[in-house]
Ligand binder design. Structure first.
Ligand SMILES: [Zn+2]
Length: 86
């Protein structure tokens, strides 16, 4: 079982669920009940999505942006490995 971040297209709520990598059943938003949810591979893009009205990347203004980027890279590597794509 893996932990996934999901984002809701209707209310922009971002939430985490734990499920099997083969489980592709619809995920409902826990906040508004919408089925229009998208899996987010990283927490960083979720932050960008929530601030999509801004032209500049909010990541650059965060004090720990570099650390977050590195953690995100490690997450990608782990996911790719889990999926047998490395
Ligand atoms: Zn929602």
């Amino acid at each position: 079982m893996l932990t996934y971040d999901f984002g809701c297209s209707d209310c922009q709520h971002v939430f985490e669920i734990i499920r099997s990598i083969r489980d592709d059943a619809a995920v409902l938003c826990p906040q508004c009940g919408s089925g229009k949810t998208n899996r987010l591979f990283l927490r960083a893009p979720a932050i960008i999505t929530r601030h999509s009205g801004r032209a500049d990347s909010p990541l650059q203004s965060l004090p720990n942006a570099e650390k977050m980027t590195r953690a995100a890279d490690q997450t990608v590597s782990k996911v790719m490995k889990d999926m047998g794509m490395s």
